[in-house]
Design a protein around this ligand. Structure first.
Ligand SMILES: Cc1ncc(COP(=O)(O)O)c(C=O)c1O
Length: 369
């Protein structure tokens, strides 16, 4: 879907904001970034929000601020976009993979204990596809074992549990705003939230070459400053995020009602914002081929669990405590159906009808088969 079509209602506002920045003469970490951080922390209900260049940086900044590095282990999920694990490797720590729950695609809290060692420093939980992980249990585990909790909320902006937004449960919540996420921007963008003022100070320093005073560099940091143009546009999108998430939810409810009883596993869970609507189906390639032939775009998130990525051929860079069976199955069976704000009723009705006929073809139930 061309974003220009469904952004039409806010197009004028976006253009005015862009022109204002262009004429301001201030392009990096200025007033717009300050205001966006304030608006985002108000919306998310957190104490501090620190914007940065992208979601991968947000994770790296959080891990670095928590002093996690070589010799430390971070328990995490093998079923996510690679960036979640990449951030752990970037700071020199060792990812320790535990399996996911097959029905939610998220880290299984029951597997955490087994992964614990005297090197464990943190848990990095991902709220995949917009569905909150079982974060209260994960948080308890972190509290009992004195671990840092980092939430990867790249796909879950606005998702909540008991009216608390994802990102606010852990020591850090990390967000990402490329055009592909549910809070989509117009280029790259990231945000770290925290309730701890000491972490805030560290994050501010780290994102700007380890400096809080011009040309004074107390630590080695990163260049992760946020540009004004992107945040000015995101600030406008932020006002509409609840409406966009509501539209996603409506489409998801329709899919779930219509596809109930079909031979597919449907997504479950409360507080879901449906960044993706991902089903699990046997013979996925056949169904995907059918959809492609019918002109319907579907996607596979993710065809390889992280521990099967070529970079993990060197098994010494990660540890895993079980056979990661559910992650393996999910990567073989997952298929994401189209879902986006502005999607028209006849479009999602057609998706359902083609999914049904694709499944029927498999069973030879279509006339002439
Ligand atoms: C789960 C997850 N974590 C982290 C990231 C990294 O975000 P970015 O692309 O902004 O670096 C992404 C991006 O797609 C993601 O999906």
């Amino acid at each position: 879907m061309n974003p220009l079509i469904w952004h039409a209602s806010i197009q004028k506002e976006l253009e005015l904001a862009a022109v204002k920045v262009l004429r301001s003469g201030s392009y990096v970490l200025g007033q717009e970034a300050n205001q966006f951080e304030q608006d985002a922390s108000d919306y998310l209900g957190c104490s501090y929000a620190i914007s940065c260049a992208n979601g991968t940086d947000a994770l790296v900044l959080a891990l670095t601020a928590a002093d996690i590095g070589p010799g430390d282990e971070v328990i995490t999920t093998p079923f996510t976009f690679f960036a979640s694990t990449e951030a752990v490797l970037r700071v020199g720590a060792t990812p320790v993979f535990v399996d996911i729950e097959s029905e939610t695609f998220n880290l299984n809290p029951c597997c955490l204990n087994e992964a614990l060692s005297n090197k464990t420093r943190a848990v990095l939980a991902v709220h995949l596809f917009g569905l909150p992980a079982r974060i209260l249990e994960i948080k308890d585990f972190c509290r009992i074992n004195d671990l840092v909790l980092i939430e990867d909320c790249a796909q879950s902006f606005g998702a909540e549990i008991n009216k608390i937004k994802t990102g606010c449960f852990g020591d850090f919540g990390c967000f990402s705003f490329p055009p592909s996420e549910n809070q989509e921007g117009y280029g790259g963008g990231g945000l770290v939230i925290t309730k701890d003022s000491k972490y805030r100070e560290k994050l501010l320093q780290l994102r700007k070459h380890g400096s809080t005073e011009k040309y004074q560099h107390k630590v080695v940091g990163y260049n992760s400053r946020r540009d004004e143009l992107q945040v000015a546009l995101l600030k406008i999108k932020l006002k509409h995020i609840d409406e966009y998430n509501r539209q996603r939810l409506d489409i998801a409810c329709y899919y779930s009602e219509e596809l109930a009883g079909c031979e597919v596993f449907l997504p479950v869970g409360n507080g879901h914002v449906f960044h993706q609507y991902t089903i699990q189906v046997d013979h996925r390639e056949r169904l995907q081929r059918h959809l492609t032939e019918a002109g319907i775009a579907s996607a596979i998130h993710y065809p390889r669990p992280v521990h099967h990525q070529p970079t993990f051929k060197n098994k010494s860079i990660y540890r895993s405590v079980d056979d990661l069976y559910c992650a393996e199955v999910a990567s073989k069976n997952c298929l994401s159906l189209p879902i986006y704000p502005g999607m028209q009723k006849e479009q999602f009705q057609r998706v359902v009808s083609e999914v049904k006929s694709g499944l029927a073809v498999r069973h030879g139930m279509v006339a002439g088969v």
